[in-house]
Design a protein around this ligand. Structure first.
Ligand code: 2M8
Length: 694
């Protein structure tokens, strides 16, 4: 499906979840308005519908409490009975601060609203109109921040505490285990309650009952104390400084300063809040040995040494010092979270993967969340960690495209979990899609993005026809240089195009391609010809990417595979022509799979030796089958394969053919067995990832 259609799909999800006043996170699982969800959703809307974006936040702030607290849920009165806990359980009418005309919960969530409001303004065309909205919401934002700094800032050092895991937004994060485990419920009579969530979503993907009992126990404390913060502070066993909550607050303080500036208000207070919160976070929450920020248990007065993605959020808040930021990047970009080009990893999972209790599918205990990665992406950009930022950007676009707009994603295989058609996944996809499109437009103006080639281009240099070299020498040198370039500049399948461009080997390589004019590949024996043509294809792709100054994807050049050519002997060949010749080989199935098209969906680039090409091709295909281009789920009797196989319908015509093919190359025993037994697995295709393999 073209990207444009995915954008349409994302917008249709927001539309479906819109109830006339606000957008629910998901019709099935979360049928009310959620606090920070609405801020992310408004960011998505701000790209194409300013009015909706404004309305989304207006309805949320209409339900703000009298003391400034912004509730984590605003209930839809017409839709009660589908979620737990609802107003009958929260009983917020016990509080003198609860709003009269709205039903809400009695706790809050990360205050990302000022940040979202600024985005609405920045993305809007009609600044005058949005300025009116800014004037309306500014005092409400200040009231929210003031509430946090007055009621939740016990040491007056700018560190704001939360009183419930739900306030962190990362409900059952392992970060909260040590604190929750301290709560002994053996002697406690809990109020009666019945969960609804784990009837809608597989319980394996949701928090356990032990966690839920503690969630309810905490709410019961709040009710008994009529939601009075000072009383709750003394009785609540869960008082923690969360690095995510405080980072988001810091980011929003910065935004508040800018909003104040736009509407001519004084912003000194927000600046002071920003400075004290960030200073205290650096001093109290950072651990230099591990290179991450930790949550802080206020009751035990110590850091909670559990490494989660929340610990990287000071990048988003602009809180981390330069040296701290470098350490965060190092840890984030390691096998503990997700290294660039690591196999089987999609963006930053929510918890350190090397921990024993890491889970790829349970809610906030390991899967990948789009909002978290989106915030990390903004943070990485802020600190100018460009490469990692681009890596996250790509995954945020890629995950929903390949697996659907799910609530969260498997950190190894990418498959979606939780509820589908989830609003913030759609909204933040939309946000990045527009960024991506805009960057393309910028590129267009400077002349190399989506370049349409009308005439053919011959890419190997002329003038070397008077070759003193024999065909054998040319072949030898071509092979030697291709091998060398791949060895030196390709790591784990990713090609360092920049270094290749500057390398002496590339100069020599260009020279030898000029001599191909005196070379006839059809004079080679079958094995030599096979290896030569595959290597030639792969090296032409690299050469074309460099010569055409491809930035993000070979798709920027319309005609990349057909119009750019190499002169070989008397004729000229495009990539398509070479592919056509390779199709005539007996083992064409694996040859076509092993071609490296300069994309993320290509297998890792290897040199194919002329002595034993089949063995090398087998290795490439094994890599491909072991990568995220082929996902085999024996329990679900399902095989997901790259769209690439669809291109060759004549070879991989049905699931049976594909099964036969995969069986030969899969290394995992369980999957092999499944493929041997299951004759007709369900077959699904994964979208082809056209981003550059750099
Ligand atoms: C999840 O939390 C709610 C409780 O607030 C739940 O599990 O029922 C979290 O993922 C939270 O961050 C999110 O705001 C909410 C709605 O999407 O769902």
């Amino acid at each position: 499906m073209p990207m444009k259609n995915h954008l349409k799909k994302a917008k249709s999800i927001l539309n479906k979840n819109w109830n006339g006043k606000f957008t629910v996170p998901s019709i099935h699982l979360y049928p009310h308005q959620w606090n920070w969800d609405s801020a992310f959703i408004a960011i998505g809307y701000s790209r194409y519908d300013t009015d909706r974006a404004i309305q989304e936040l207006k309805s949320l702030f209409d339900a703000q409490w009298k003391n400034g607290m912004l509730p984590h849920i605003v209930f839809d009165k017409n839709n009660l009975g589908k979620y737990f806990p609802e107003p009958d359980f929260w009983k917020t009418e016990l509080s003198k601060n609860a709003p009269e005309n709205h039903l809400t919960s009695g706790i809050t969530q990360p205050p990302i609203h000022a940040y979202a409001v600024l985005k609405i303004y920045e993305n809007s065309k009609d600044k005058k109109k949005v300025k009116e909205f800014l004037k309306w919401i500014y005092p409400k934002l200040v009231k929210l921040h003031r509430y946090l700094y007055l009621e939740r800032n016990p040491d007056d050092n700018g560190l704001v505490y939360i009183i419930h895991p739900w306030e962190s937004g990362m409900d059952n994060s392992p970060m909260w285990d040590p604190v929750l485990k301290r709560i002994d419920l053996s002697q406690v009579k809990l109020p009666d309650f019945e969960r609804k969530d784990n009837r809608i979503v597989d319980p394996e993907q949701r928090p356990g009952d032990d966690d839920y009992k503690r969630y309810i126990y905490l709410v019961d404390i709040f009710r008994k104390n009529r939601y009075e913060d000072r009383k709750i502070f003394h009785e609540c066993p869960f008082i923690v400084f969360d690095p995510l909550f405080n980072s988001v607050l810091a980011a929003s303080n910065k935004a508040l300063m800018k909003i104040a500036d736009i509407i001519g208000e004084n912003c000194r207070q927000a600046e002071e809040w920003y400075l004290t919160t960030s200073r205290s976070m650096r001093d109290l929450l950072y651990d230099n040995n591990r290179g991450i920020f930790y949550a802080y248990d206020y009751i035990e007065k110590k850091q909670i040494k559990v490494e989660t993605s929340a610990g990287f959020m000071p990048l988003f808040g602009g809180v981390a010092s330069h040296s701290q930021a470098l350490k965060l990047l190092e840890y984030m970009n390691s096998a503990s979270f997700c290294q660039i080009h690591e196999d089987n990893c999609f963006a930053i999972p929510n918890y350190d993967k090397t921990k024993k209790d890491f889970s790829t599918k349970n809610y906030w205990r390991g899967p990948v969340w789009i909002n978290i990665n989106w915030m990390l992406y903004q943070g990485l950009k802020r600190y100018r960690f460009k490469q990692k930022a681009e890596h996250l950007e790509k995954t945020i676009l890629e995950l929903p495209v390949r697996f659907g707009f799910y609530e969260y994603f498997d950190s190894r295989f990418g498959r979606g979990y939780g509820t589908k058609d989830f609003s913030w996944t759609a909204a933040l996809f939309i946000d990045l899609y527009y960024d991506y499109e805009n960057s393309k437009k910028v590129g267009k103006n400077i002349g190399f993005f989506i370049q349409i080639l009308r005439d053919e281009i011959v890419a190997n240099p002329e003038g070397n026809a008077i070759s003193i070299k024999s065909p054998e020498e040319i072949l030898f040198e071509f092979n030697m240089l291709s091998n060398l370039l791949i060895k030196k500049y390709v790591k784990n399948g990713s090609v360092d195009y920049r270094r290749i461009r500057l390398s002496p080997e590339y100069k020599l390589f260009q020279n030898i391609t000029g001599k191909l004019i005196a070379f006839d590949p059809f004079s080679l024996d079958t094995q030599e010809k096979k290896s030569f043509l595959i290597n030639l294809y792969n090296m032409m792709v690299i050469d074309f990417i460099l010569k055409m100054k491809v930035k993000k994807s070979v798709r920027e050049i319309d005609g990349f595979f057909t119009k750019i050519k190499y002169r070989l002997g008397k004729e000229k060949f495009s990539l398509k022509d070479i592919e056509q010749i390779l199709k005539s080989f007996k083992d064409r199935d694996k040859i076509l799979i092993s071609l490296v098209r300069g994309t993320q969906s290509s297998p890792p680039l290897r040199f194919i030796s002329p002595e034993n090409p089949s063995a090398d091709i087998d290795k490439v295909v094994k890599d491909f089958v072991g990568s995220s281009e082929v996902l085999i789920f024996p329990e679900e009797k399902t095989v997901m394969v790259s769209e690439l196989l669809k291109w060759y319908k004549d070879i991989f015509s049905d699931s049976e053919k594909i099964r036969e093919f995969l069986k030969k190359y899969v290394s995992d025993d369980r999957k092999k067995k499944f493929l041997e037994i299951e004759r007709k697995p369900e077959l699904l295709y994964l979208s082809y990832d056209w981003f550059l393999n750099n």
